[in-house]
Design a protein around this ligand. Structure first.
Ligand SMILES: C[S@@+](CC[C@H](N)C(=O)[O-])C[C@H]1O[C@@H](n2cnc3c(N)ncnc32)[C@H](O)[C@@H]1O
Length: 297
């Protein structure tokens, strides 16, 4: 996974004959088990060379369960602890996000893509937007703030809904709660946005009902069926496709086109992401800030 470029500090060699130091990380067998688990559950390939990443993400999980090492964690997984399995998958998926990440593209979504969609669905119609890797929710609430500001009539009449889904149940719960530390709010929000859309809760801030009403949350693995997702005018798959193999990335792009996106809808990727071989399903359309991808006919 991206997000951890620290040098490999882990060592597999036992510290004293036959005794493994917990800080040295998992055995080769444990690592192979974990790699297979993450590949199966999240379709993400994390190399065995990324020992620092494995150790820094999984030691806290082991510790929180009273287990002395990642090897013990693996033994518990092998005993069939499904709940623990979800914790491990959550810990290994990179959830990095922030409010208005790659800011200007949000403006283009709201001022260039959305008006055409509103016109197309007509006076009574509803616009549906889906974020398929919404992490802890900053992406969907950023969009909700701009929609509220620039299309208040749409919000007042309940004609816009934003679906937020993620592989991680922890992230889905965080989005549903809409509760952020002061540090998290400082990453992207102005004081005016904080004052208008959030309520203070000690040293945290909670998204107010006006935005929350717009946002529906659920857990969904992009590798699974997309049937639970309704037809959408706009789909955001930002900063997630990079984690999949070429084959799986193309498969997701095809299924989003065939199953989710309306024929005249728009797909938005992360600002530094290219559509690659997905070109066979989408054509790029230039926005003032970035690109959207339209399904090919
Ligand atoms: C780097 S974050 C991107 C968040 C947000 N879209 C953004 O651009 O700020 C990637 C998210 O993808 C999610 N993810 C990873 N694999 C996934 C999968 N197979 N299905 C759905 N979400 C997945 C992770 O849990 C994580 O929250």
């Amino acid at each position: 996974m991206a997000g951890d470029t620290t040098a490999d500090l882990g060592r597999t060699a036992p510290t004293t004959a036959g005794v493994r130091d917990a800080s040295s990380g998992p055995s080769a067998a444990s690592l192979a088990f974990l790699q297979a688990l993450i590949a199966r559950r999240a379709s993400i390939e994390i190399g065995s060379d990324r020992r620092t990443l494995w150790i820094s993400r999984l030691n806290p999980v082991a510790k929180s369960r009273g287990l002395a090492s990642i090897d013990e964690l693996v033994a518990a997984l092998q005993a069939g602890n499904r709940d623990l399995e979800s914790n491990v998958v959550d810990a290994m998926t990179t959830n990095e996000t922030m409010f208005f990440r790659d800011g200007p593209v949000f403006r283009s979504i709201v001022s260039e893509i959305l008006p055409a969609m509103i016109e197309r669905v007509g006076g009574e119609g509803r616009v549906t937007i889906w974020s398929g890797a919404s992490s802890s929710g900053q992406e969907v609430y950023s969009l909700a703030m701009l929609i509220d500001r620039f299309h208040p009539e749409l919000v007042r009449s309940g004609r816009v809904r934003i679906l937020a889904s993620d592989l991680s149940t922890t992230m889905v719960e965080r989005t549903r709660a809409g509760r952020y530390s002061t540090l998290e709010t400082r990453r992207g929000l102005t004081d005016a946005e904080l004052g208008t859309y959030f309520e203070r809760d000690g040293d945290h801030w909670v998204v107010g009902p006006r935005l929350k009403r717009m946002v529906l949350c659920r857990q969904l693995n992009l590798m699974d069926s997309l049937d639970p997702i309704p037809r959408c005018e706009i789909v955001l798959l930002r900063n997630v496709l990079i984690y999949f193999s070429d084959h799986d990335r193309l498969d997701i792009l095809r299924r989003v086109k065939e199953r989710v996106l309306r024929p005249d809808g728009a797909l938005v990727l992360g600002s530094s992401e290219l559509i690659g071989t997905g070109e066979r399903y989408y054509t790029a359309e230039r926005l003032t800030n970035g690109f959207s991808f339209r399904p090919r006919r």
